[in-house]
Structures are given as C-alpha cells and as structure tokens.
Design a protein around this ligand. Structure first.
Ligand code: ZN
Length: 164
C-alpha cells in the first residue's frame, strides 16, 4: 500500500529528468526533493523522490544509466570497438597474431647470446643447442602454427561441418 502510494505520483511516460520549478520557474532535477535553485520542496521527502526515480528508471531500459542528479539522460555512447584483425584482413594487411611465442623466441635468443661468451667449449655448445632449439620452437610456433591458424589459406577446407 505504501509503495503504491509513493510511486503513484510519478509519470513514467515522461522521459525528462528535469522539471520546471513551480516556485522559481528554473529548470531543476526532477527527482531531487528540493529545487537546486531556490530550495523549493518538490517532493514530500527524499525517500519518495528516490522511489519515484527508481520507478521512472525501471520503466525503460534506456534509463538504466541515468542519475537523478543529472538534468538530462546520458548520451548514448557510440560503439567504437574496432576489430583490427578483421579490418587488416579486409585491407590485405598482414598482422602477426597476438602470441606468447615472441617471448619464447627471446629466451632462445638469450641462450644464443650466452653461447657467444667465450666459456668452456662444451658449455658454449650446450648453450647453442638449447638456445637454437628454443628459438626454432618459438619461430615455428609463431610463424607456422599461429599465423596459419589466423590466416587460413583461401582454398576451401574439408573440415567444415556438414548440416543435414
Ligand atoms: Zn525553484
């Protein structure tokens, strides 16, 4: 009963967040209990103004982001998300895939660099082998595996699902 009484006063079909104050005639927040210009009491209580605001907000999903301290609804932000991979593909630009392999390549390069230090011969050979293997693993993984997965060849593949 009390809740119905509280929300009865709000016209949810009116999309405005602001209202003309009946006392001073200036625009003010519709769901604050006092006019921000002259303090004229617009709502019997702050709780009632808040309940009215919630009823108004829940009436339309586009009002979900609204604040009762604003005079206008927030402007709907344009979707600025860009799929750079799709865009590059469209323009024929080759992008290297996002990958952890460059780190592996760097680790391999580190061992190769260590092999250049004049240690004992067998240590240098061990470094060379370890570094070479890690380096090759990284290059093969990045360029041959991930890159091919990202840019499959134009020929029609046979692994496509067949729907009956
Ligand atoms: Zn006023």
């Amino acid at each position: 009963m009390a809740v119905a009484k509280k929300t009865r006063y709000v016209d949810v079909s009116n999309p405005s967040l602001s209202v003309q104050c009946p006392n001073c005639g200036l625009r003010t927040q519709r769901f604050l209990d006092h006019c921000r210009n002259d303090g004229y009491k617009l709502w019997p209580s702050s709780e009632m103004a808040s309940a009215a605001f919630k009823a108004w907000r829940d009436a339309d999903p586009r009002r979900a982001e609204a604040s009762r301290y604003d005079l206008e609804l927030p402007a709907e932000g344009a979707d600025v998300t860009i799929d750079y991979a799709a865009r590059a593909h469209q323009l024929g630009i080759h992008l290297f895939p996002n990958s952890n392999y460059p780190f592996i390549i760097c680790v391999g390069a580190l061992f190769l660099a260590l092999a250049a230090i004049p240690f004992d011969g067998s240590v240098r050979i061990a470094m060379l082998v370890i570094g070479g293997l890690i380096f090759l693993y990284g290059v093969v993984g990045w360029v041959l595996v991930e890159d091919v997965r990202m840019f499959p060849s134009a020929s029609p593949s046979t692994d496509g699902e067949v729907h009956h």
